[in-house]
Design a protein around this ligand. Structure first.
Ligand code: NAD
Length: 496
């Protein structure tokens, strides 16, 4: 197959090239990875963690090149590429340190003693081959946070990055090979048919991408009864209450909406501001936006993406919004200027849909209750932010938002809080990433081993059934019945 040429979204210049994988060869790669997996799973968890620590060191030793590749293939500013690499290497450190404990065999206790179980243990056993399918907006960070815990669990991993940005995941595999680690990590490069081939081959699918594709992946995996985790789109609301520190909130809104050119599942997508502070908040936001340079804003990933965002802004203007933007549209590439949409309403596409662009619709609300109600109109439920100096009000608002994470007076913080689950509600996902032991155990099936304390030749309830069996069982149930009737009488609910 032909090579895939990776181009810069800034000007279409060539960034690199990787061999495209013929989807028909995906099972061949998978077979090789499967063959290595049993030995990898038998490797002690502490040794697997040591390999991941070595991988982290390898990445850090070559950090400038990882940052450069990431920045060039996505167009994101170097500062944002650095944060992504930092995020990924911190996740590696955290997961490597904790995974042996997460994977330890654990005892189970039960109140049911009838079967005479003396001891029971649960041992997590990895799925042999995990497929990690990821999008173009965080091609290094998202590959790492899904692939590394699977490796730590003892699975082999086959990554399928977006064909727009395959270089970072390819670099991760090269780093894994450079440290001489076992052949349990590989990458296949291509678009949807390659992704489909991965879903058709692996034993667990960790998918990150759009809700539409996530549904297709979920349906296809269901046919094979293969488990999936789906990290999908978002339409995150920011709620600014009248008592908020407006300066802080305005800075956060600009960062939340404009970071990575707004191409984040957790971007600040709709800002609901209490009426009494609306105009002051908008002035502060305007000041910050004016300060942004063109190179602070990541261009959109593709011409198709640019068209979607343009259409959303035109729709808002047509429906009466006042649109303000800084910088003209650039003459080349897919750059879109930071855009403020004032007097936004719930029926506008940029409010209803996920907007993958540097666009900030601001909506005026009369109260916190109204903000919650309107924020919950979205079919998405990824995360939200709440801005207030009253922690009790913040908790009350957070408790009513239909989302998997609420950041109070901060933005994106939950992403770096690896002990907490990252879980999209509603159309934002299925399953969760991170969340303590779940980060690694989600890639395992539980095997329960029960040890019986019976020393008899045969237990009383086994075949063949005799009148003695019936008598014994009848006596046992009779004793239980007696206790139950006594308790019910005491409560006055039996009138015998
Ligand atoms: P996408 O759904 O188009 O593609 C994601 C990946 O799936 C790509 O690698 C793609 O090649 C592959 N793919 C496409 N069709 C497939 C199919 N039928 N079967 C299997 N794989 C297939 O998403 P995108 O446009 O690359 O990324 C943007 C989306 O990702 C946004 O909706 C964003 O919100 C979401 N996202 C979510 C999270 C999260 O953690 N919740 C994080 C980042 C991005």
């Amino acid at each position: 197959m032909a090579n895939i040429e990776v181009t810069s979204p800034w000007d279409g210049s060539r960034v690199g090239e990787v061999p495209a994988t013929d989807p028909r060869t995906v099972p061949v790669v998978a077979e090789r990875l499967r063959a290595e997996q049993p030995a990898w799973a038998r490797t002690p968890a502490t040794d697997r963690a040591a390999w991941v620590s070595r991988l982290r060191d390898q990445v850090l030793a070559d950090v400038d090149s990882f940052v450069e590749t990431l920045s060039r293939e996505t167009g994101k500013p170097q500062a944002e590429a650095r944060v992504e690499v930092l995020f990924a290497t911190e996740a590696m450190r955290h997961l490597a340190a904790r995974s042996p404990r997460y994977l330890a065999q654990r005892p189970v206790r039960s109140l049911t003693t009838a079967l005479g179980v003396e001891r029971a243990t649960v041992t997590p056993a990895p799925y042999p081959l995990v497929g990690v399918i990821s999008p173009w907006n965080f091609p290094f960070g998202l590959a790492v946070v899904d692939a590394v815990p699977a490796l730590l669990a003892g699975a082999s991993v086959l990554m399928k990055p977006s064909d727009l940005t395959p270089l970072s995941a390819t670099g991760l595999v090269a780093a894994w090979r450079a440290i001489g680690a076992p052949d349990v990590l590989d990458v296949v490069v291509g678009d949807a048919p390659t992704g489909v081939a991965v879903v058709d081959t692996v034993d667990f699918v960790a998918f990150t991408g759009s809700t539409g594709t996530g549904r297709a992946v979920g349906r296809r995996a269901a046919e094979r009864l293969v488990p999936v985790s789906l990290e999908l789109g978002g339409n995150d609301a920011m709620i600014v209450l009248a008592d908020a520190n407006l300066d802080h909130a305005a800075n956060a809104a600009v960062f939340g909406a404009m970071c990575n050119g707004g191409q984040m599942c957790v971007s600040t997508e709709r800002v609901y501001v209490e009426d009494s502070v609306h105009d002051r908040f908008v002035d502060l936001v305007r000041d910050r936006l004016r300060d942004l340079g063109q190179r602070d804003i990541t261009p959109l990933a593709s011409a198709a993406q640019l068209e979607v965002v343009r259409r959303q802004v035109v729709d808002a203007e047509r429906k009466g919004a006042k649109v303000e933007r800084w910088h003209d549209l650039s003459s080349s590439g897919t750059w879109f200027p930071p855009t403020l949409v004032l007097d936004a309403t719930d029926d506008m596409d940029c409010v209803r849909e996920e907007t993958f662009g540097p666009v900030m619709p601001v909506l005026r609300v009369g109260s916190a209750d109204e903000a919650v109600e309107r924020a919950n109109l979205s079919p998405y439920g990824l995360s939200a932010t709440v801005w207030t100096t009253d922690p009790f009000r913040a908790q009350d608002v957070a408790d009513r938002l239909e989302v998997g994470a609420v950041n109070v007076n901060c933005v994106f913080s939950n992403l770096f809080f690896f002990d907490a689950p990252q879980q999209g509600w509603k159309s934002s996902g299925l399953g969760a990433r991170f969340g303590g032991a779940h980060a690694v155990r989600r890639y395992c099936r539980d095997r329960v081993v029960l040890h019986s304390r019976h020393r008899l030749r045969a237990e009383p309830h086994w075949l063949p059934y005799s009148s003695r069996t019936n008598r014994l069982l009848g006596t046992a149930l009779g004793v239980l019945r007696h206790g139950a009737v006594r308790r019910l009488r005491r409560r006055g609910s039996v009138r015998t």
